[in-house]
Design a protein around this ligand. Structure first.
Ligand code: GDP
Ligand code: MG
Length: 169
């Protein structure tokens, strides 16, 4: 088996940290981020049976004021159809318009891919109630196959993401 999983989210939510943890779990190869028109390869996770290519989808992070950007966003969203799972990463403490923008782009791509909401940096959250206002709003707007509180730095629930990624191939 071989397949692609996209790690998606606005800057600074912890995508790179998560990727490093995902690749650090077992034997892995990291690529030098070659650019393709549709995706940037972030890293490749390999075990005996399966190979998962983790990708970034740069167009999803562009704001839509200019027509060319809208076009790129649409291309990026539809290219996610190649992907068996999307990990949408948010910062557990802060929900911003940029998160909302990325989430809206995610919704535009169709296909039967899975979507996992990874609420990152939970190691930083003392008051778990602080999560709920935006979490309720999120689950109204979008259906997630799984919602996972994670800590990319500590590794909390990172193995679960890897298991879901492998199962999605
Ligand atoms: P990216 O821009 O989405 O790739 O985010 P980075 O992986 O570069 O992380 C942005 C910042 O958040 C860095 O300072 C990380 O150390 C920090 N960070 C990432 N994951 C976690 C986490 O699980 N807990 C905490 N406390 N900080 C984190
Ligand atoms: Mg990064």
């Amino acid at each position: 088996f071989c397949g692609m999983v996209a790690i998606v989210g606005r800057p600074n939510v912890g995508k790179s940290t998560l990727l490093n943890k995902l690749l650090g779990q077992k034997v892995s190869i990291t690529s030098k981020k070659p650019q393709t028109t549709r995706h940037r390869i972030m890293g490749i996770h390999t075990d005996e049976e399966k190979q998962i290519i983790f990708i970034d989808t740069p167009g999803l992070h562009i704001d839509e004021k200019r027509a060319i950007n809208r076009l790129m966003n649409r291309a990026a969203a539809s290219s996610l159809a190649d992907v068996s799972m999307v990990v949408f990463v948010v910062d557990g403490m802060t929900w911003t318009e940029d998160d909302e923008m990325v989430l809206n782009k995610l919704q535009q791509g169709s296909g039967k891919r899975k979507t996992v909401l990874a609420i990152n940096k939970v190691d930083n959250i003392k008051d778990k109630e602080a999560l709920f206002p935006y979490l309720a709003e999120l689950s109204e707007k979008f259906t997630f196959d799984e919602i996972l509180p994670i800590s990319a730095t500590k590794g909390t629930n990172v193995q679960r993401i890897l298991d879901l990624a492998q199962a999605s191939l």
